[in-house]
Ligand binder design. Structure first.
Ligand SMILES: [Zn+2]
Length: 473
């Protein structure tokens, strides 16, 4: 089997994979649906579906190295010969190899498509025969321990995939009844990709210092903000990992807990029984805590409890769905938190985005005048452009090669960070708006998301196109 340098683990993945589910074999009912093209277990694959599914792999043009997918598994179970089982197994392993974050199985009136989200963007990877859609959905639901008879209501489940003895990947599974059948979406929960280390997040050196300094404070609130998919969870876990020592008690409440962090008391939100972020946090405060993490601040009750925890001597880490660091502070006020509490309790606000990294093997250098950098928003370029009007900078463009996805490979965080010092606290207490806060922050050396992204462009890490994509609201 060719061992692509992009996915060096692939041969290991296919050789040692083992499904961990309560249903190691496909129950008959999963594939005995009264449908056409019903595959019969342990028999040769029916001609048409096989052509449809295998050609779907080989004709995929957006994803490279599909050949590494062909499992040559020595640990085949009896069900591995079933075409649906094999198709689903292959897709899950392919998703891991391609470092996809989500897998979408989507039935339409006449077609069926499988798309992966890779580096933040959706890409089609297969188009199995539409006649297979209910069998594929049933197989996924069996693996996720969901009720296969229930096709009219959404359901949640989980699939555990052991890649090696000490590496396991989980898939969080959700089914949704759409007009033409059940759409199944899997979110990949990979502990390795969630623990990148503080040096690999994408923080500029001064931002990293600010974050570490604030993490070492005994109390205060650190807020990580940004839209869904901006990497907030990875940043939170990175912070917790730094704090996680024998000497401190750390508790976290999450919705849901994505993966286990050894040494941290993790609690899942459970709305059905009233276990919310706020109720869990109140319990934490009665359990002798040092550090608490609250998955998200969504309402005033949670915000108030977080502020109170900070004011009573605890370090709190949390997230908020806001666009920028400065608007986060005004958002808290709009939720009903008094200015005084915001100014005294919040210590650091981080806003972030994820940008696709340029592939280092094929990126193409090009020159850009310093004046263009000013037009894009890089304040630091003003001096260069004024003293050397003809000056240019080398930047890179995406090209695309066999080792990347359209010129991009992996992602990097883009950050803006505001530390609430005394001056800023005064402005907040006086009811300053987001512009006042940002102006004062710039005086402390703050740079915003756009400027942080331009720095990444100048470092050759991202393209201009990607800078605009992730920093245009
Ligand atoms: Zn490349």
């Amino acid at each position: 089997m060719p061992n692509s340098p992009l996915y060096p683990e692939s041969s290991q993945l296919t050789a040692q994979r083992v499904w961990q589910t309560n249903h190691p074999t496909t129950p008959k009912s999963a594939i005995d649906q009264p449908k056409a093209h019903q595959p019969i277990p342990h028999q040769p694959i029916p001609r048409k579906p096989v052509t449809a599914t295998t050609s779907a792999f080989s004709t995929t043009n957006t994803i490279q190295s599909t050949s590494t997918m062909q499992p040559s598994s020595p640990t085949k179970t009896a069900t591995a010969t079933d075409p649906i089982v094999k198709l689903v197994d292959d897709l899950l392993i392919k998703a891991v190899e391609l470092k996809a974050s989500d897998l979408h199985f989507e039935p339409y009136e006449r077609t069926y498509r499988v798309r992966f989200r890779i580096d933040g963007l959706m890409q089609q990877v297969a188009a199995p025969d539409i006649a297979l859609h209910s069998n594929i959905a049933a197989r996924l639901k069996v693996m996720a321990q969901m009720d296969i008879a229930e096709r009219r209501l959404p359901q949640d489940g989980r699939i555990k995939l052991a890649l090696t003895e000490d590496r396991q990947i989980d898939f969080r599974v959700n089914s949704l009844p759409t007009l033409f059948g059940e759409k199944i979406v899997l979110r990949v929960i990979d502990p390795l990709s969630s623990m990148v280390g503080i040096d690999n997040l994408g923080l500029e050196p001064q931002q990293k210092l600010l974050l570490i300094e604030t993490l070492q404070q005994p109390q205060g609130v650190i807020l990580i903000t940004g839209p869904t998919g901006s990497g907030k969870t990875v940043s939170l876990y990175t912070g917790l990992d730094i704090l996680n020592t024998q000497q401190v008690n750390i508790s976290s409440v999450e919705d849901p807990v994505e993966f286990n962090l050894h040494g941290i008391n993790q609690v899942n939100v459970n709305h059905k029984i009233g276990l919310t972020f706020a109720t869990a946090l109140k319990s934490f405060l009665r359990q002798d805590p040092d550090i608490v993490m609250v998955g998200e601040i969504r309402d005033l009750e949670t915000a108030d409890t977080v502020i109170k925890a900070s004011q009573t001597g605890h370090l709190v880490l949390s997230t908020l769905h806001t666009n920028s660091a400065a608007t986060t502070l005004t958002r808290l006020h709009n939720m009903g938190v008094p200015y005084f509490n915001i100014a005294t309790a919040i210590s650091l606000v981080v806003a972030q985005r994820l940008a696709r990294r340029l592939c280092s093997l094929c990126k193409k250098p090009t020159l850009i005048p310093a004046t263009s950098l000013i037009e894009m928003g890089l304040v630091a370029a003003v001096h260069t452009a004024n003293s050397h009007p003809e000056s240019t900078q080398v930047i890179y463009e995406a090209v695309g090669c066999e080792h990347c996805h359209n010129g991009y490979k992996g992602r990097i965080g883009i950050f803006e960070i505001i530390k609430i010092d005394e001056g800023l606290a005064q402005i907040i207490m006086q009811g300053g708006n987001a512009i006042d806060i940002k102006t004062a922050a710039i005086e402390q050396g703050f740079f915003d998301l756009r400027q942080a992204a331009i720095l990444k462009v100048l470092q050759g890490l991202i393209s201009i196109a990607e800078m605009y994509r992730v920093t245009t609201n």
